[in-house]
Design a protein around this ligand. Sequence first.
Ligand SMILES: [Zn+2]
Length: 264
Amino acid sequence: MKPSRLCQFVLFTLTCLAVPLTAAAADVPVIDYHIHLRGGMTVEKAIQRQAETGVKAGVLRNIGAGWPIETDEQLREFLDSVEGKPVFVGLQVNDRDWMTKHSKALLDRLDYVLADTMIMPMPNDDGPPVKLWITDGYTIDDPEAWMERYMRHNLRVLAEPISILANPTYLPPPVEHLYDQLWTDERMRTIIRAAVDNHVALEINARSGLPRDRFIRMAKEMGAKFSFGTNNMDDKPIDMTRCFEAIDLYGLKKDDMYVPAPKK
Ligand SMILES: [Zn+2]
């Protein structure tokens, strides 16, 4: 190919890449549902960022034993503090009894509930909940046996009345390198089927690289809904390129994306 032809080819390719991205983005609701009000992040800053970037904001706080919201009184305070603001409002639930422990009237005021699978009973199903990202509190001696338990844990979380599963297919550091061995197609299908059946959206996380390509393709094929999330620790901006690119890469359309039902 002559240099001029090559130039034309490159330009043509770039144009082709840019147009579908713009077109797709115009039709797909781009919402970051995983904005924690912590580390200096406030609802006012989230609203400001929403105005600047055009990415709609969903703000949340953690609820559960040892988390910022433990009681109904604290839950009410949080809900009152964001009442009437132009953002979606959610909770990240960390205990498995949240839906019976808190007032239904308060929970009904939420737009969405997000959960992940990163806190799991160890060393067996009856053990205390352990934060899997803190690795000095446990060991995984038999990864396959642990994975069977982890599947049950995933399905338990997916059976709760949640709206979004954050960081799907997360694996803790001791077994992270076994991702392709532990996450067989069959296991992925089981998780996706449970999410579809229980109307739980699967988060495409901006930072963690989760879930990986194989899972997203399978989930799209099986009719799952998706959401985007950054999972911030502070108030610094987070690059959402991975989410924007996913729209084009997986051909995501408006109907593939989770949007909260209007409140009653
Ligand atoms: Zn989170």
